[in-house]
Design a protein around this ligand. Structure first.
Ligand SMILES: C[S@+](CC[C@H](N)C(=O)[O-])C[C@H]1O[C@@H](n2cnc3c(N)ncnc32)[C@H](O)[C@@H]1O
Length: 355
């Protein structure tokens, strides 16, 4: 076991805005997508990461970062960063640019993360969730007065889900906007990846490829391209190892990040779906994700305002040989219900030693 290595577990920030300036929210409805690249760069400088690849469609812009991903929708920004990045430092410049350049006002904020593998390597305030909450409280406008922070526990050693949310409205719904209410977000964190499968995320020495072309090859060879065959994929392979991708499928994003090094291997998968999708969609998708990584341990956080989507997750993973070890649920302002489930591969030592 390595003493210290790359921290795969991401910090994730989701900010929602509103605004009625016709210049920015009018017929084109571009909103936050009008932020110029210099402003985005300034935000990422604070976080201490850079853009390595980008793609866009009619609905949103997706950036692969040196440490994970950034998604910019007209009224929503999602930043997910790993390693020792300073994610929360993005808040002040983002709020400033959204307000001064675009006339947009923050309406809700959600911050989530798992347990770090190397907590002592994190800079302040990420050494302690209470410090992160204080930092968030101080960074957000007073108008977001409905606030809640919670650490959702699990029975799986070293797994817990940290959630902070804040909103201008005293409701579990974000805006009462029906389209948003029907969406759910899945955030999956996988540890102890199958060693042979993890090797697929190492560059081949002398392969004569760059990060983009090597990423494309990994996307195909590993089966990631089949997780959602409809998605347009923007991918990147790091040197000597590591992989990131963003998928864009209409107004829905997905993203995968892989730290394949033995001793602290980690992969994450995130996607959004609609509660009206075919129930089997989640089952098919999770099966493919498991085939790509075969982790010993998985945690799945499901955030949804109106529906019990989380019940589909256990139904998908148990036939694949995973046992659900814990399930916790809680309600948050502007997020709805967050359900945090952990699963252990029945074939792994974790299962045999602790069940
Ligand atoms: C950025 S990627 C994916 C991060 C993601 N949160 C994860 O671990 O699932 C991290 C992997 O790329 C490797 N890597 C190689 N060069 C890197 C660089 N310049 N910046 C960040 N990671 C790099 C790391 O060692 C690690 O295996």
């Amino acid at each position: 076991m390595a003493v210290s290595g790359f921290e795969g577990f991401e910090k994730r920030l989701e900010l929602h805005f509103f605004g009625d300036d016709p210049k920015n929210m009018g017929t084109l409805g571009l909103g936050l997508r009008l932020l110029d690249f210099d402003s985005i760069q300034e935000v990422l400088d604070e976080v201490q990461c850079t853009v390595v690849s980008a793609v866009a469609n009619h609905y949103f812009d997706a950036y692969v970062l040196s440490e994970s991903s950034l998604f910019v929708y007209p009224t929503k920004i999602i930043i997910k960063t790993c390693g020792t990045t300073q994610l929360l430092k993005s808040i002040p410049p983002l709020l400033r640019h959204a307000s001064l350049d675009l006339g947009l006002t923050l309406s809700s904020c959600r911050y989530t993360r798992g347990n770090f593998i190397f907590p002592r390597a994190q800079p302040f305030p990420y050494t302690n969730f209470q410090n992160e909450v204080v930092y968030l409280e101080e960074s957000l406008p007073a108008a977001l007065c409905y606030r809640k922070a919670s650490v959702m526990p699990s029975k799986t050693p070293s797994h817990a889900w940290h959630v902070f949310s804040a909103s201008t409205q005293n409701t579990t719904c974000r805006f009462g906007d029906s389209d948003e209410d029907d969406f759910y977000t899945l955030e999956i964190c996988m540890t102890e990846l199958d060693r042979d499968l993890a090797r697929n995320f190492f560059r081949r020495p002398g392969d004569d490829k760059n990060g983009d072309s090597a990423g494309k090859e990994m996307t195909e060879l590993t089966g990631i391209s089949q997780i959602n065959p409809r998605a347009l994929i923007c991918d990147f392979a790091f040197d000597p190892c590591g992989y990131s991708m963003n998928g864009i499928d209409g107004d829905r994003h997905s993203t995968i990040h892989v730290t394949p090094e033995d001793g602290y291997s980690y992969a994450s998968f995130e996607c959004v779906g609609s509660v009206y999708d075919d129930r089997e969609d989640v089952v098919r998708m999770l099966k493919k994700v498991v085939q790509v990584f075969r982790p010993a341990t998985m945690s799945v956080s499901t955030t949804c305002e109106s529906h019990e989507v989380w019940t589909r997750v256990a139904g998908a993973l148990e036939p694949l040989g995973f046992k659900c070890r814990s399930c916790a649920a809680d309600e948050f302002p502007a997020a709805g219900t967050v359900v945090y489930q952990t699963f252990v591969d029945r074939r792994s030592n974790n299962y045999n030693n602790k069940s």
